[in-house]
Design a binder for this molecule. Structure first.
Ligand code: GLA
Length: 387
């Protein structure tokens, strides 16, 4: 039997989401400028094609006289259809946000009980994507499946293609049922923080997840992601530099490079979270490296497996559609180390294979029996072997 992946998410979705940088401070001018920046920076050409409006877009005090959600006229004076048309006119797609309860996480009207009406409204405005959050809900799994199913059905009934992004943070096993409710991606952790280690967030009474911890979460779930449905490690923090409205004071260049490498190896959606109107050279280099992005977007769609831990260094292996293999060497320790890869341990034959360093975009050596690489603290060396 041939399995045809849902064309909407045949490879991990890519784009930009308003939350990590702007939180509630969204408005149409900012979103238009961001859409233009997706094009002018070359991000769109690299595949980042969704602009997603997160929480806080509607009138907070309640629904309109016909029970409809109302876009905040202060934030969106031209109305949502005008913004949607503008974004579509740039060749991009656009996403909206709601929650499977009466209120969203930030306390705006949610969609529980109004799924059909809300889905019809977003479809009539021309939206292409829904991120559906899970604050203010019962904690059990059965209710979550039912509520995500209700919205999944409502989206399908609109007759419009919606990429459906589930955001219940992984506690109820969405990797097991996300596809069955129509989901194309499902968050597998609580909210990310802009830091290497976890950071305590008093307002949520929970930890913001650090990049080092995300790796261990991804390592548990590799068999569940694939064409049509992806494990979502959360929006990227690359480029925030501690300036966003999420927790964390930023990471070093090598730590951001590791964060990006792991998201690519794990086939996580790549939703940028920083302000791309002010993209610095280092951040651009991390977001726009086509050889690295090709690992994330490889048509085989196999999330990497963590095959080995050599001291503090993790070794990840990801088979690629052209027969090559991507390999990630992640040094989680505090001193540099030489890591020696052996062909047999990676499941490779002892024949000569051209090996490329994807971040540097340079050929390294012919890898036959073994290959040694120096990896700095918190750095990831990303290799493509053979192909
Ligand atoms: C939750 C989600 C975040 C973001 C906020 C908005 O915390 O996990 O990604 O959408 O809600 O309030």
């Amino acid at each position: 039997m041939t399995i045809v992946a849902n064309a909407l998410a045949a490879t991990p979705p890519m784009g930009w989401n308003s939350w990590n940088m702007f939180g509630s401070a969204i408005n149409e001018a900012r979103l238009r400028a961001t859409a233009e920046a997706l094009v002018s920076t070359g991000l769109k050409d690299c595949g980042y094609n969704y602009l997603v409006i997160d929480d806080c877009w509607s009138v907070k005090s309640g629904r309109g006289s016909h029970g409809e959600l109302v876009a905040d006229p202060q934030k969106f004076p031209s109305g949502m259809p005008a913004l949607v048309d503008f974004v579509h006119g740039l060749g991009l797609k656009i996403g909206i946000y709601s929650d499977a309860a009466e209120l969203t996480c930030a306390g705006y009207p949610g969609s529980f009980g109004s799924e059909e009406q809300d889905a019809q409204l977003w479809a009539s405005w021309g939206f292409d994507f829904l991120k559906y959050d899970y604050c203010h809900v019962p904690s059990d799994q059965a209710t979550a499946i039912e509520r995500y199913q209700r919205m999944g059905q409502a989206l399908r009934r609109t007759g419009r293609d919606f990429l459906y992004s589930l955001c219940e943070w992984g506690g109820r096993g969405p990797h097991l049922w996300g596809r069955s409710v129509g989901g194309h991606m499902w968050r597998v952790s609580g909210d990310i923080s802009d830091s290497w280690v976890n950071v305590w967030v008093p307002a949520y009474a929970s930890y913001g997840i650090g990049a080092d911890v995300s790796m261990d979460i991804a390592a548990q779930l590799d068999e569940y992601g694939g064409p049509g449905g992806w494990n979502d490690l959360d929006m990227l923090v690359v480029g925030l530099g501690g300036q966003g409205q999420i927790t964390g004071s930023g990471m070093s260049f090598l730590e951001y490079q590791t964060h990006m490498s792991v998201w690519c190896l794990a086939c996580s959606p790549l939703m940028i979270g920083c302000d791309i109107q002010a993209l610095d050279v280092e951040t651009a280099g991390l977001l726009l490296n086509r050889e690295v992005l090709a690992v994330n977007q490889d048509p085989l769609g196999r999330p990497a497996l963590r095959v080995k831990q050599i001291g503090p260094c993790d070794v990840w292996r990801k088979p690629l559609a052209d027969g090559a293999m991507a390999v990630g060497l992640v040094n989680r320790g505090s001193s540099g180390m030489d890591v020696t890869l052996k062909a047999a341990e990676l499941g490779l034959l002892d024949t000569s294979k051209l090996t490329r360093n994807l971040w540097q975009q340079t050929d390294v050596a012919d890898f036959t029996f073994e290959l040694t690489q120096r990896v700095q603290p918190h750095q990831t060396i990303l290799l493509k072997i053979g192909g």
